[in-house]
Design a protein around this ligand. Structure first.
Ligand SMILES: *Cc1c(COP(=O)(O)O)cnc(C)c1O
Length: 288
């Protein structure tokens, strides 16, 4: 049901860059979360009727799991430790659309995945979709890229994408011979390496990690992030997400001189529903 997403060439800052438009994978089920959960869409699980997961109240993974549950006709239980009263009264973004898909939200300050007693009818998904089954969909993504590369006689390619848990970058690297380059948007290089090794302790090559000198706090607002997002939108007409992509693009652009001899493919990982809450926050802070 997920078909090959298009690859588009843009020119930005005098450089041609290819964009893998995974934001266009499917009307409701898109981005890297659709790739990570593709396995569950494709296979039958007669014993399962409920997805259980946990994390923040505006998580992209939460929304995508609500879509998966709907497509599979399963229930979806999601634990979070806090809902601000304003959000509760004025639902928005991933929270709003996950509730529309019948997510059952459980606010539990003490939720601890280590103590959760999973029942037989439940499929338990780690925060952010950091799961080994994500490899299924990411192998398909790697194969789509490879087919495109061969068809277009592209010899040297670098694949770039910003990371949260690092799951997407890790499994892409596992299934491609091209170098996968990423940057941490949550935590630092050490956190990302630890994530990689937890999922794949013995991989021959891990993704290459580029870092900024500046520490970004996940979900906080930074002027340079808003500015690059607007520039990209004006120059390419592509809307990127506001949490990960601005960090990714700023780091990629700073390092372009390292990739003069190769083509670059940037993976658009979706997440645009999150912009419905992030963009008004940015506009209030910087556009007034
Ligand atoms: C979840 C997400 C990421 C991070 O993916 P990981 O596999 O956790 O590294 C990056 N970009 C967007 C838009 C996302 O929704």
């Amino acid at each position: 049901m997920l078909k090959n997403s298009p690859i588009q060439k843009i020119n930005f800052k005098d450089r041609d860059i290819y964009i893998k438009r995974d934001d266009l994978l499917h009307k409701d089920f898109s981005g890297n979360k659709a790739r990570k959960f593709h396995y569950f869409l494709e296979n039958d699980f007669p014993e399962i009727d409920t997805i259980v997961s946990y994390g923040s109240n505006q998580s992209n993974a939460m929304y995508s799991l609500s879509v998966l549950a709907k497509l599979k006709k399963w229930n979806f239980k999601y634990f979070t430790n806090h809902i601000p009263s304003f959000l509760k009264e004025h639902p928005n973004g991933n929270y709003k659309y996950a509730l529309k898909n019948n997510m059952e939200l459980i606010v539990d300050l003490n939720f601890d995945k280590a103590n959760y007693q999973k029942k037989e009818n439940e499929l338990f998904i780690d925060e952010g979709g950091a799961i080994s089954k994500a490899s299924f969909g990411l192998q398909i993504l790697a194969e789509e890229i490879n087919t495109w590369k061969n068809k277009n006689n592209i010899k040297y390619l670098k694949i770039f994408l910003p990371s949260g848990t690092g799951t997407t970058a890790l499994f892409l690297q596992k299934f491609t011979n091209d170098e996968v380059i990423t940057c941490p948007c949550v935590g630092d290089r050490e956190y990302l390496m630890k994530q990689f090794k937890e999922l794949e302790p013995n991989l021959k090559t891990y993704p290459r990690i580029l870092e900024t000198t500046k520490k970004y706090h996940f979900g906080k607002l930074y002027l340079e992030n808003f500015e690059i997002w607007k520039k990209l939108k004006n120059a390419t007409d592509i809307e990127f997400d506001l949490l990960y992509d601005p960090i990714g693009w700023n780091i990629l652009l700073k390092n372009l001189d390292k990739f003069l001899e190769t083509d670059i493919l940037y993976i658009h990982q979706g997440g645009l529903i999150g912009n419905k809450t992030m963009l008004p926050r940015y506009e209030r802070k910087f556009d007034s």
